[in-house]
Each structure stands twice: as C-alpha cells, then as structure tokens.
Write a protein that binds this ligand. Structure first.
Ligand code: AMP
Length: 445
C-alpha cells in the first residue's frame, strides 16, 4: 500500500499564493526593530523572542498606534498581530512620565476566549519585562479571589475575556475611568459569541477621549458596521484581504464517507508519527468520539471543547504545545485564535459550519515561516459546504486522488478490532445484495 498522507516535498500551492500585484502593493518592510524609536527594554525583549524585523501588520500598525490614532485592522492570527498592538501600547505607557500605578488600568484588551487571553497575556508579559508596565490576564473558569487580589495591586494593562470581566466590574473590582486604550481582538469572533452589546456598554463607560484598536480576522457587512460604530477616523489596515489563508499552507481535500473518516485519520497519524496534528470536529460529542476511536487503535490524543473545565483545557494545551501529545481534537470555538508552534497538519475531520471558520482552522498551521498541510475530509453530505468554502476563498482546493483500492486499503489498515466494522460492511453488503434483483452480467470484484 502506498503512503497516502505522507508529506510530499513541500511545494507552494500556487493557487494560494497572493495575487502578485497586491503583494507588491503591500510593501514589505526592510526595517528592523532596532531602527524603531521604541523603549530599549522592549527592543531587548523582542530580540530575546527572536523577532528581528516587523511583520507586515506590525510595520503598518505600530506607527499609527504610537501616534494615538484609532486603527481598524483586518488580519488573522499568524500574522504577528498581537505584537502589532502590544509593542506600541507598552512603549507608550513606559514612556508616560506621569505613569502612576494607583491610577488604575490604562489599557483594556478584550478577547473572545480564555486560551486566547492567556496567549495574548503571555506576549504582553514577555514584551513588557523590565519596563515600568504591569500587565494582568483575567478569564473565567478559575477561582476569582486571587484575581481580585491581583486587581487590587497596581496594574496598567488588563487582558480579559468579557464574562469574568463583567462579573468583576459589577462587583466593583475593576474601574474603567482611566482607560485610554481599548483593544478588541478577534472582534468577528466576539460578534459570533454575542458579546457585542457588552462591548458597546463598556465603550460608553470609558473616558470620552480614548484610542480604539479594532482587530478582526475576517470582514463582512456586520463587522464593518460594528467597527465603524466603535472607531473614529481610523487608520485602516488590511493584510492580504482576498487571501486570508496563510500562504505557506498546502490545501487538499479527500472525499471520504462520514463513517470511514476515523480510519483515514488513523492512517494520517500513523504515516506521520512525528507530526503535530490538530483535528477539527463540529461538536464536543464528535470530539470525544474521535478521541475514543483513536484510543481503540492505540493512538494517544487529547480533546478540547467547552465541556472541559479550565484546568483540563490548560493542561491539554500545554501537552500539545510541548509535543508530549501529538494529536489534539478540537471544536472551532475552543481552538480559535490559539497559537501553537509546529502544527504540521490541520485536519478538517468535519467541515466547519461557517466557511469563515475554515480560514481560522487552517491558520493554525503554516505559521510564520513554517510549512503546513491542511487536509479536509469531505463526505457527500458536506460537499455543499466545501463549495461555500471555495467561494469564500475564491479558490478551489486540490482534490486528493484516492483510488478505490487505496480507499479499501485504508479500511484494511486499521487496527480497530472492537468496531468490527468489516463484519458490519459485509453484513450490509449481503443485505443489499439480497434486496437487488439477480445480477445477470459479470460482477466486478
Ligand atoms: P500572532 O498573529 O500574534 O498570533 O503571531 C503569530 C506568531 O508569529 C507567533 O508565534 C509570534 O511569536 C510570531 N511573531 C510575531 N511577530 C514576529 C516577528 N516580528 N518576527 C518573527 N516572529 C513573529
């Protein structure tokens, strides 16, 4: 049996390269961070992180943010957008002569999920080391007393998910009257999760004069309306608008029956034992089913979805991040925006309900300079969604040629003895044969 999913020598998938003209327009910076007029400590922190040159979004966002302009940026994760706002925010606060701790929070960064809050908090923490700026990350699902204690200490930047933040505002532990910068990250996701009314409420409570930085991975009429209700005379920045998908990702789709998907996943994992593989499913029940199916064939995986408590979620993420476990099965909401190094494969085990989510999913691989592979398992009933995704991206996804023999080989390949699927298939075929009229011609094997 030939290897089906084994990595081919990587070639750029030309269909996903950005339009050359557009690429030229997006002037790529030749500047280095050492050339910027920013705090020395931040430069040192950047260099420790290995960041030498700004990414496109950083090159375009840092100057206007430093000037105090509102910014409306369309850029997905993987573009370096976190540092694009973190660098100028920390710099401005550090340089503020009258920065006084007991003044309260000066910058609020609102993000949709706990994982994202932790990840962004981590970037702020690393970039603000040895500066005068103090940051703190707040999210739900964990005990609140230690958070309250921390909020009562001096603090300049708060990174938070809306739920816990509103709780603590209503209990009087968070004051908004000194905030002069509001960042909305993954604003499109905030909209999906129904946080928008809360955000508008927050906005009303801030001092009249403040800077708003609005970041969204995707743009549509709804997002536009929201953005314009929040920013004023904003500088607009858009990174690869028609090519939202990371450029160094090789995309393919395999047509696989719904019930056979687990065998193909098993095969993909077995053929790539060293690779980190992120598997997306539609629901938490499906996530647990895939986990069990893999367990039956002795493949270790972990799952992340909204039914898991926060401790579990963090522990799963850290196991996957470190590579201790190589397969993570996730739902869309739980994995949105997370940045995990070296994910080589994103598997769309189920197609996403919304075509935009394809972009978020595959954005987990091919980050920075890494190469990534996005493999979609598409059943007959999912073909209309595939069409929508292709329309959304304006590109067709390369179809993997799986020959009939190879398809059957994959079913033979499994060690899933418990499932006794072969017996089921045989039974089923026997049943169908009985129902059919006697076949007169030669039957193909
Ligand atoms: P983000 O889009 O903020 O999630 O960042 C995506 C990845 O790019 C993260 O792993 C960052 O550590 C990395 N990154 C961000 N800015 C730079 C830079 N200027 N140079 C190299 N890597 C970067």
């Amino acid at each position: 049996m030939q290897e089906l999913f084994i990595k081919k020598p990587f070639t750029f998938d030309s269909t996903f390269l950005p339009n050359r003209e557009k690429f030229k327009q997006n002037k790529v910076s030749t500047m280095r961070f050492e050339d910027y007029h920013i705090t020395f400590e931040i430069k040192k922190n950047l260099s420790k992180l290995g960041f030498v040159k700004p990414t496109d979004i950083q090159f375009k966002s840092i100057p206007p943010i430093l000037k105090g302009e509102d910014v409306l940026a369309i850029a997905q994760t993987g573009t370096g957008k976190t540092a694009a706002f973190a660098i100028p925010i920390i710099d401005k606060l550090h340089q503020q002569k009258n920065l006084r701790r007991n003044d309260g929070i000066k910058c609020l960064v609102l993000v949709p999920t706990r994982e994202l809050a932790q990840q962004i908090g981590d970037v702020f923490e690393k970039l603000s080391r040895h500066t005068r700026v103090k940051t703190f990350t707040l999210f739900g699902g964990v005990e609140q007393n230690t958070q309250i204690a921390r909020l009562e200490e001096s603090l300049d930047i708060l990174i938070a998910t809306p739920g816990r933040m509103f709780d603590l505002i209503s209990q009087g532990y968070i004051k908004l009257d000194r905030i002069n910068t509001l960042v909305l990250d993954e604003a499109d996701h905030m909209l999906d999760l129904g946080f928008i009314k809360d955000i508008l409420d927050i906005k009303r409570k801030l001092p009249k004069k403040h800077q708003t930085l609005f970041f969204s991975a995707t743009i549509n009429e709804k997002i536009k309306k929201l953005a314009y209700s929040l920013v004023e005379n904003a500088i607009r920045i858009q990174i690869s608008p028609k090519d939202p998908v990371a450029r160094n990702v090789n995309h393919s789709v395999a047509f696989i029956k719904m019930d056979d998907k687990r065998f193909f996943l098993e095969r993909l994992i077995t053929e790539n034992p060293e690779s980190k593989i992120l598997v997306f499913v539609r629901t938490k029940v499906r996530a647990e089913r895939v986990f069990k199916a893999m367990e039956r064939v002795n493949i270790t995986s972990v799952t992340i979805h909204s039914d898991k408590d926060q401790k579990d979620r963090f522990s799963v993420m850290s196991q996957f991040r470190s590579g201790e476990v190589k397969v993570l099965v996730a739902t869309d909401v739980s994995a949105r925006g997370i940045d995990i190094p070296n994910v080589e494969y994103v598997v769309n085990y189920d197609l996403p309900e919304q075509s935009e989510n394809y972009v978020h999913r595959v954005g987990r691989t091919g980050r920075g300079k890494e190469k990534g592979f996005a493999v979609t398992f598409c059943s007959d009933e999912e073909k209309p969604i595939l069409k929508e995704i292709e329309t959304f991206m304006g590109k067709e996804i390369t179809v993997m040629d799986i020959e009939k023999n190879d398809y059957h080989d994959t079913l033979d390949f499994t060690e899933d003895a418990d499932g006794n699927w072969k017996a089921l298939i045989n039974d089923n075929e026997a049943f169908l044969k009985k129902q059919k009229k006697p076949f007169k011609g030669k039957r193909r094997k």
